[in-house]
Design a protein around this ligand. Structure first.
Ligand code: GUN
Length: 723
């Protein structure tokens, strides 16, 4: 195949200055929707790069491009280099022509061959130069494969040697994008060392290497550990590739932990043995009468007819089927990121395969903090008993939790005890425990026995007891929530069986929860609200009080105070001060629409759908003026504290960006000089200039580490600029 200038009908090259850059345009925790800018188009991630053997093309790369919309594939430069005819054509016409593929071509370096056959005869510099010469989009250095049976000392030597080889590889690759693989075998310490060492160098992508035998042996728990150890130590602006990972059942868990690229020959290798790749595991064609999932490749043919085919024909049809299923699961992962449900997809998949379940249970029991579980239940307790690594992984787990956001639309669907371990639930609880403070010193009333919306059931009752000294909480399946936040997600929108709300209060669990709120040694009064018959008189009697005057204004103020504290990180005394003089515009259903100050300025608007609160520019000015700590210098991304009471995080932008942001344009990565370390994705932030003056308000899209390292993409979605 002869191509003019090395491409035919190919995608447009990215902009020159963007070459090699990675940007995130959507996220769900650490899972991200990204764009990788290459010389053969902008690659949307997460995605799968099918492996093409240049000698045996079971599915034509052209067909992958034309029919399946595959934007990128991977082939092996060592195989091309070794075969004289391939080498000659590749050097003459380029790899895109050799393979007949107009999209992104990544090549591997021969490391895997050295793992399989013992050694390769190509040099470190030579193989990178060759990849460059044949015009690949993404080359791979010759790393040292670390096998799971290697000793610590052997693996450390391989990690060090791979780091040592990086310099010359990067220099040789020059403008060509280069993969810097992370090795480390089964040793988390060495995975972290490799990630930090390789991450400090100028690679474009970091594949996680040495995992093929681990996946072959279905040691998915080890895979989860490797992923956590690597990802939490790698720079966030580099995409992460899972070398040799193409079984769709692994995608949701790995994507949820931040994997961006996958490659695999599994679709062909499994097809050759009559095995079908399913999102829940592997099926054998010899065992089935019906297709588990209907896909175009097999839509008009039965399993029996495929079994009767000649081997070559059967392999082609099953390879296509496997590829279609694999691509479908990848699409499902991308959609789950958009929907904010990637962890839930991983959780669901974990129930479909025992080895995956083991990995998932390790994740949610070993690294996760026990203090974040509202109620301990059976399966999890059992997993915990055999877990021996509690505490050791806390930092890595923090990395996962700190990037979590609470989905703004949709409900929290109950998934059994796993629900408590969803990282976004842990983040929501962490935020609540650290930022909410009790304002009353009396007994604690726990309303239980009914689902949300609680205000409809007991709003009036609460009005009548608000002026007392009782502290009011609602018991939810995700733990206690203070009354002031009764409409806040995730607590207020849980979709699950009725019995979830009917459970009797567990005093030990409640006491533990109250301790997390800083409430100790108070009498706990459980109030059953499942039956509304004579509820008011029953409750007054139970609490030993006379009905009080209705006190809605104080209750409304308290709601806004709680939201400002928990969602905008405002100091409680400041929030009280703001609300003392405020008036409220109410909705027809009796909920606060707008908060107005004494000079008639509109400061905040509670969001009725999910219980959040939005700032106006005037509200932001008030919060900006209340700041007591100095402006941030740099990024301090290692500092994971939420710094309760310090106010909404500041993002300091550079002078060039200021006029655009004042006009309401988004803050782009690369124009940020500093930000507060307590910034979290989806939180309200104040955008200021280098003199600390308020420029705009917006919603952060990133963590501080991401603000520090990304150079492309939106960092803060601006809600309103300050003219
Ligand atoms: N393919 C599968 N695993 C690996 C690995 O560890 N390194 C390289 N370069 N390629 C691989």
């Amino acid at each position: 195949m002869k191509w003019q200038d090395g491409r035919r009908d190919g995608p447009a090259k990215c902009r020159e200055k963007d070459l090699g850059r990675f940007e995130i345009y959507g996220r769900d925790g650490q899972a991200r929707l990204g764009k990788l800018h290459t010389a053969h188009g902008v690659l949307e991630t997460p995605c799968l790069l099918p492996v093409i053997n240049p000698n045996i093309r079971t599915i034509e790369p052209r067909e992958m491009w034309d029919k399946y919309g595959i934007q990128a594939l991977i082939t092996n430069s060592y195989v091309i280099w070794k075969h004289e005819n391939l080498k000659e054509e590749a050097l003459k016409e380029g790899v895109h022509s050799l393979i007949d593929f107009p999209g992104v071509i990544m090549t591997d370096s021969g490391t895997f061959q050295s793992y399989v056959y013992g050694d390769v005869e190509v040099g470190v510099e030579e193989i990178v130069q060759f990849q460059k010469d044949i015009g690949v989009d993404i080359a791979t250095m010759l790393d040292i494969f670390t096998r799971p049976d290697m000793t610590f000392a052997q693996v450390e030597k391989a990690v060090d040697e791979t780091i040592r080889r990086s310099d010359i590889s990067i220099k040789t690759a020059n403008e060509t994008m280069l993969n810097g693989p992370i090795q480390g075998g089964l040793f988390p310490e060495l995975r972290s060392k490799s990630a930090r060492g390789m991450g400090a160098l100028d690679f474009s992508i970091h594949p996680i290497g040495g995992i093929v035998p681990i996946m072959e042996q279905q040691k998915y728990r080890d895979l989860a550990k490797i992923m956590l150890a690597c990802k939490s130590n790698l720079p966030p602006n580099k995409p992460v590739h899972m070398f040799g990972c193409g079984h769709p059942m692994l995608f949701p868990m790995l994507v949820a932990m931040g994997a961006d690229l996958f490659d695999s020959a599994a679709y062909v290798l499994f097809a050759r043995d009559g095995r079908l790749l399913m999102p829940w595991g592997t099926e054998k064609i010899s065992n089935i009468e019906e297709w588990p999932i209907i896909m175009p490749a097999i839509a008009n043919i039965t399993p029996a007819e495929v079994r009767a085919m000649k081997k070559q024909e059967r392999t082609v049809i099953l390879s296509k089927y496997n590829l279609e299923i694999t691509l479908q699961e990848m699409s499902r992962c991308r959609q789950a990121i958009r929907d904010g449900t990637i962890w839930r997809l991983a959780e669901r998949r974990s129930h479909q395969h025992p080895a995956l379940r083991e990995a998932f249970l390790w994740l949610v029991t070993n690294p996760a903090r026990s203090s974040m579980e509202p109620i301990i239940m059976d399966e999890v307790s059992a997993a915990k008993e055999i877990g021996t690594e509690r505490g050791k992984w806390e930092e890595n787990w923090d990395w996962l939790v700190n990037a979590q956001t609470t989905p703004r639309n949709g409900s929290e669907s109950w998934g059994g005890q796993d629900t408590h371990h969803r990282p976004h639930i842990e983040m929501a609880r962490k935020r609540l425990f650290s930022r909410w403070k009790s304002r009353k010193s009396g007994d604690v009333v726990i309303f239980h026995g009914a689902s949300a919306p609680w205000r409809e059931r007991i709003g009036e009752l609460v009005d009548r007891i608000w002026s007392t000294d009782f502290e009011l909480f609602v018991q939810t399946p995700l733990g206690l929530v203070p009354w002031g936040l009764e409409d806040l997600n995730p607590w207020a929108h849980i979709e699950g069986p009725d019995w979830l709300w009917k459970r009797k209060p567990n005093f030990a669990a409640i006491q533990r929860e109250l301790g997390m709120f800083g409430i100790h040694n108070r009498r706990i009064i459980p109030v059953d609200i499942s039956d509304t018959e004579e509820l008011h008189s029953r409750v007054f009697k139970q609490l030993g009080i006379e009905p009080k005057e209705r006190t809605p204004i104080e209750k409304l103020q308290a709601q806004v105070v709680d939201k400002l504290c928990v969602l905008c990180n405002v100091d409680q005394d400041d929030a009280i001060g703001i609300c003392e003089d405020a008036t409220f515009v109410m909705s027809r259903t009796g909920r606060i629409r707008n908060v107005i100050d004494a000079s008639e300025s509109h400061l905040f608007s509670p969001r009725l759908a999910e219980g959040g609160i939005s700032l106006t520019v005037d509200g932001a000015r008030v919060l900006h003026a209340l700041r007591k700590v100095p402006a941030p210098i740099g990024f301090n991304s290692a500092d994971k504290s939420l710094y309760p009471g310090n106010g909404p995080a500041w993002v300091i932008i550079d002078d060039d960006a200021e006029p655009f942001v004042r006009e309401g344009r988004n803050v782009m990565h690369g124009f940020i000089l500093a930000c507060d370390s307590w910034i979290r994705p989806d939180e309200s932030v104040l955008i200021v200039n280098s003199s600390g003056e308020l420029v705009a308000i917006g919603r952060s899209q990133a963590t501080s580490g991401e603000m520090e390292s990304f150079t492309k993409g939106i960092a803060v979605k601006v809600r309103e600029g300050c003219p």
